[in-house]
Structure formats: C-alpha cells, structure tokens
Design a protein around this ligand. Sequence first.
Ligand SMILES: [Zn+2]
Length: 117
Amino acid sequence: MARGRSAVAGPDPSSPRPRASEAVRTCVGCRARATKSELLRVTAGRDAAGQPAVVPDPASTASGRGAHVHPTRECVDLAVRRKAFSRALRAGTGLPTGLVSAYVDSLTSTTSSTSTT
Ligand SMILES: [Zn+2]
C-alpha cells in the first residue's frame, strides 16, 4: 500500500539547523544561548580618553573580535566578575567595562530621574 510512512523523512540533510536565518551566540555572563538580536555585542575598543576598554557595539558594526552579553545589569556583572569580557575578546589584561555597564544602565533605567536640560 502507499500508506507507508517511509516518505516522512527524518532530518533533512540540507538544513542541519532549524533556524539558520538567525545566528545564535552565547552570553558571556549567564552562558545561555540566545539569538544575536537578544544580545548586546561588545568589542575591545577605546573609551573617551583613548584608553583600551570594553565598548558596547549595539549596531554590530565595529570590526574585530566581539563578545555577546544580555543587555542586563545582571549578565554584565556576571561577565565582569568572571573577567569573561577580556577572555572573550582576547584582551589579555582586564579591560575596563564601565562603558558597557553605563550603556546597560541607560537601557534599563526607566525612572524619571533623567535630568535633561
Ligand atoms: Zn545572559
């Protein structure tokens, strides 16, 4: 009979990943995997004073090695404690992460304490 289920093939060898359209990265803080759109990219760049620092790269336009972290204070703090940024960025020595913390704070601060002129 033609009712056999052999036609219902198993995994399609041409598409090994279910969602190849969106890349998945690992958060350097909590180590959970998430899509790139859920994570904040950071790179080894320069701060305002020209010193090496971990800088946020929300547009993912900076060249070079990047790391990904959830844009939350929790994950950033975890990554800082583990020195995960420096490790992921192959920075060797510990890079200041104040810019990333400040960026995440600006994202998450929904309080009315903004003192814009
Ligand atoms: Zn995380």
